[in-house]
Design a protein. Structure first.
Ligand SMILES: Cc1ncc(COP(=O)(O)O)c(C=O)c1O
Length: 408
C-alpha cells in the first residue's frame, strides 16, 4: 500500500491554497507534480554539473555526459529495453512525430494504410496525417464499442486490409480503458503490421515490458511521472533502425560533415540512438529523470496502479449514482485505469471545471486531444478527473460532494 500522507510531504506545491481552499490536484493525466527529490536534483545539476554533453573533453562535460547516458540505461531498465533502443525527445508527441517521419517517410507509399483507433490521442493521428500528404498513403480508424473498448471485430476487419502500421493508446486518456496491448500487438503482427504503442498514460502507472509485449515502437513522457518537463522517450525495437532515416538534422547526430569535389556537402550520421538526438537536448531534464523513476520504483508500480485505480473506481461509482451526470468508459473496474471523464447536464465542461476550481479542485475540461473519440460519443467536450500517487480518498469525497451540490 502507498503511504499517501508521507508521499504528500515530498510535494511542496500541494501546500498551496487555491481560491481559499487546499489544492486538490486531479489533472495528473495532463502533467504530474514533482517531488522535492526531483526539484533538488535539478538545482544540483545546475549548481555542479551543467555543461553540454557528448562534445567536450573537459571534466564537466564528461560528468554531464555520464549522467545523460546513465539516464538512458535507467529508462531502458524501466521498460526492459536495451539502452541503444532509447531515444530522448522533448515529449511523447515529438516521439510519435519521430516515428512518423523517420520510419513513415521512407516506408509508406500510395496504397498503404495506417490504422489508428477512435480513442487515439491527436499526437498519433496528426503526425501521420501530415506525412500522408507527402506520401499519399491512407489512414483509417478502428471503431470503439458503446462501453469504451476497441471494437475487436472492426479491428480484425481492418487488419485484413493489411495496414503497414497500427497505433493505439495503452490506456485511453479520456475513457480510462486499459487496452490489452499484448493481444492487439500479436494480432497486428499476424497481419504483418508494426505497432506504435502510445504508453503515455500507462508507463507512469504500471510496469510496461517492451519485450513481453513484443512492441515495435513505444512513446511516453517524463512529465507525467513526476519527472521534469521537456523529456520524452521513444523506444525503437533494434531491428527497425535499419529501415529508418534520421528525423532532425544538425549537431551531435552526425559523425562527419564535409564536402566533395563538386562542393556538395557530405554527411556521415552518428550511431543510433544519438543519430536521432540532434542539437542540444534537455540535458538537465534527461539527467534528472532517473530521480523520478527511482522515486516511483521505491513506491512500487504495483501499489501505484492499485492506489490510483481504487481512487478512480470509487469516483466512477459515486458519479454514476448521481442524477444528470454522464460518465464515460468501461463499466468494469478491471479494465479501467486512474481517470474518470464525465459531463453534467445543463453545464458545459468548462463551467464544471471553473466551478470545481472555485473550490480548489484542478480538473481538465475540453476534448483532451481526442476529437474523434468525442465525436463518436456525440459530445464536444468533457471534464476529466485524473489521479496520481499523492491523491487521497478524502479528496475523492470532497470532489464527489462538490459535484453532488452542483447537480442538486
Ligand atoms: C494518450 C496520450 N498520448 C500522447 C500525449 C501527448 O503527451 P505529451 O504532452 O507528453 O506530448 C498525451 C498527453 O496528454 C496522452 O494522454
Amino acid at each position: 500500500m502507498l503511504d499517501v500522507y508521507s508521499i504528500r510531504k515530498d510535494f511542496p506545491i500541494l501546500e498551496r491554497k487555491i481560491n481559499g481552499h487546499n489544492l486538490v490536484y486531479v489533472d495528473n493525466a495532463a502533467t504530474t507534480h514533482k517531488p522535492i527529490q526531483v526539484i533538488e536534483a535539478i538545482r544540483e545539476f545546475y549548481m555542479k554539473y551543467n555543461a553540454n554533453v557528448h562534445r567536450g573533453v573537459h571534466t564537466l562535460s564528461q560528468e554531464a555526459s555520464d549522467l545523460y547516458e546513465s539516464a538512458r540505461v535507467d529508462v531502458a531498465k524501466l521498460i526492459n529495453a536495451d539502452p541503444e533502443e532509447i531515444i530522448f525527445v522533448k515529449n511523447a508527441t515529438e516521439g510519435i512525430n519521430l516515428v512518423a517521419y523517420a520510419w513513415g517517410l521512407p516506408n509508406l507509399d500510395r496504397g498503404d494504410i495506417v490504422l489508428h483507433t477512435l480513442m487515439d490521442h491527436h499526437a498519433t493521428v496528426v503526425p501521420f496525417y501530415i506525412v500522408s500528404k507527402y506520401k499519399g498513403f491512407r489512414q483509417r480508424m478502428i471503431g470503439i464499442t458503446d462501453d469504451g473498448y476497441i471494437d475487436m471485430g472492426d479491428y480484425e476487419d481492418k487488419l485484413r486490409l493489411n495496414p503497414r502500421i497500427v497505433t493505439f493508446p495503452h490506456v485511453s486518456n479520456m475513457l480510462s480503458t486499459v487496452n490489452d496491448a499484448k493481444k492487439l500487438i500479436k494480432m497486428a503482427h499476424e497481419y504483418g503490421a508494426l505497432v506504435i504503442l502510445d504508453a503515455t498514460q500507462s508507463v507512469p502507472h504500471m510496469k510496461v515490458d517492451v519485450k513481453e509485449l513484443d512492441v515495435d515502437f513505444m512513446v511516453f513522457s517524463a512529465h507525467k511521472m513526476c519527472g521534469p518537463t521537456g523529456v520524452g522517450v521513444v523506444y525503437v525495437k533494434k531491428e527497425h533502425y535499419s529501415s529508418m532515416n534520421p528525423f532532425l538534422g544538425g549537431g551531435d547526430m552526425i559523425k562527419d560533415v564535409g564536402y566533395n569535389e563538386y562542393m556538395e556537402p557530405t554527411v556521415t550520421y552518428n550511431d543510433v540512438p544519438v543519430m536521432y538526438e540532434a542539437g542540444t537536448q534537455n540535458i538537465v531534464g534527461i539527467s534528472v529523470y532517473p530521480k523520478s523513476i527511482e522515486y516511483l520504483e521505491k513506491l512500487s508500480f504495483e501499489y501505484i496502479h492499485e492506489h490510483v485505480r481504487k481512487l478512480a473506481w470509487e469516483t466512477y461509482e459515486a458519479l454514476r449514482e448521481l442524477p444528470n451526470i454522464e460518465v464515460y468508459g468501461p463499466e468494469s473496474s478491471r479494465d479501467r485505469a486512474g481517470l474518470v471523464s464525465f459531463n453534467v447536464k445543463g453545464f458545459s465542461a468548462h463551467e464544471v471545471a471553473a466551478y470545481l476550481d472555485s473550490l480548489g479542485i484542478a480538473v481538465r475540461s475540453g476534448h483532451h486531444c481526442t476529437g474523434p473519440l468525442h465525436k463518436r460519443l456525440g459530445i464536444s467536450s468533457s471534464a476529466r478527473i485524473s489521479y496520481y500517487i499523492y491523491n487521497t480518498f478524502e479528496e475523492v469525497e470532497y470532489i464527489v460532494d462538490a459535484l453532488r451540490r452542483l447537480v442538486s
